[in-house]
Design a protein around this ligand. Structure first.
Ligand code: CLR
Length: 384
């Protein structure tokens, strides 16, 4: 029996949806799910989670040495996890199925300059539809801090949970204020386990290990959930140490323990006992221009009527509008094929291998040893 979270009228469709997940592997985004689990937000909006604490992002640019910078990068990274992985539960009651972006979908936004932190700009483009791949750039020019990356997911189903392997990586580039060569950090992405499926109230737990490698330091972050060593949900343990071969001393080593959705402490190293991160204060959502001034392919304009249908529980309207978008996409692909042309990306260029991933990934033995990437063409739209 499906749980109370599922509206009575949708229990049957939920049960068959969950059953169809068993043995499923691949791209979940294209599966039709019952209306109650649909989110009105497209996946192209998700990269904004990287910067909902803009002062932690800009603080990376103010760090005075390699060790401080490595800790600032880790603190910003850990502080994004609450928004990335628990915010839909807070805003919508459970994890939901986001809108599956169309090829070329765009999302622009910014966090304003206050208290001298400088403005941070966000640009997102859906660079592939089959499979869905989202590329983004987030930049605070005045502080010399820039994040670029791309994201895809491979999903499978195992003992009642959806397992999501994130494909892709992010690169953070810091250009210190006083000049000097840019410092690059490679960030790998956690594996997700989505539980609570049967009951119709999905939520995310993070598992396995991710790395931040660069700036003469290496951080290893281990994620554990309920029932593992601390017994609590959303537990992590991070080790920060000088990168192998840099001659850094063990005095630069830190271990941090805590819960990524609340707070953590240094548990060993020179700062033992001090607070490391705390995300209890409210976050700051990205500022987005008015839909009336948007181009047709900007996410909130493109999905406006679908999102409205979902929000107002008018699912017939939502599905009608979604079909229109899908038909338009099919027609575009047909026209391109007939004309022998291909859809041109607006802000990114695809490369088969990313030298930054290879160089920094080697230090932490990333698997696979090489990955493709989408290189930002540095063409911010004029209105930003
Ligand atoms: C996208 C990249 C972000 C972090 C992030 C958070 C939630 C993830 C999402 C990513 C990818 C899509 C996702 C979602 C949670 C649920 C959803 C895996 C990784 C799947 C496609 C929908 C599952 C449907 C059930 C809830 C029924 O930085």
């Amino acid at each position: 029996q499906a749980g109370d979270a599922v509206p009575a009228a949708q229990r049957g469709t939920w049960t068959s949806f969950v059953k169809s997940l068993a043995g499923f592997s691949g791209d979940l985004s294209s599966m039709t799910a019952p209306p109650f689990i649909l989110s009105p937000t497209s996946l192209t909006e998700f990269p904004a989670y990287w910067c909902e604490r803009p002062e932690l992002f800009s603080a990376i640019g103010d760090a005075k040495n390699d060790e401080d910078r490595a800790l600032a990068v880790l603190k910003w990274f850990i502080s994004t996890l609450k928004g990335q992985y628990t915010s839909r539960n807070e805003s919508m009651g459970s994890e939901k199925k986001p809108l599956n972006p169309v090829l070329g979908e765009l999302f622009y936004g910014y966090w304003p300059d206050t208290n001298g932190r400088g403005q941070t700009d966000l640009l997102v483009e859906q660079v592939s539809h089959h499979p869905p791949i989202t590329a983004y750039c987030i930049e605070n020019k005045s502080k010399g801090v820039k994040l670029t990356g791309h994201n895809a997911q491979k999903t499978s189903f195992s003992s009642g949970s959806i397992i999501v392997k994130q494909i892709g990586h992010a690169v953070l580039t810091v250009t210190p204020n006083g000049g000097g060569a840019p410092i690059e950090y490679l960030l790998t992405l956690p594996r997700l386990r989505i539980d609570g499926i049967w009951y119709g109230s999905p939520y995310i737990e993070l598992t396995d290990t991710t790395f931040i490698s660069g700036g003469n330091f290496v951080s290893t972050i281990e994620y554990k959930g309920k029932g593992y060593f601390s017994g609590k949900s959303h537990t992590f343990k991070a080790t920060v140490s000088p990168a192998p071969g840099t001659g850094g001393s063990s005095s630069g080593e830190h271990v941090i323990d805590g819960l990524w959705h609340t707070s953590s402490k240094f548990s060993s190293g020179g700062k033992s006992g001090l607070t490391f991160h705390n995300v209890e204060a409210p976050k700051e959502e990205v500022t987005v221009g008015s839909v009336d001034n948007m181009e047709d392919f900007e996410s909130r304009k493109l999905w406006k009527l679908v999102a409205q249908g979902i929000r107002q529980s008018d699912f017939d309207a939502a599905s009608r509008e979604k079909t229109k978008i899908e038909n338009d996409q099919r027609q575009r692909r047909k026209d391109e094929q007939a004309a022998g042309t291909k859809w041109e990306l607006k802000h990114f260029k695809h490369v088969d291998s990313d030298p930054v991933y290879e160089r920094l990934g080697k230090l932490v033995k990333v698997v696979p040893p090489t990955e493709d990437a989408y290189i930002f063409q540095d063409n911010w739209p004029a209105k930003n």
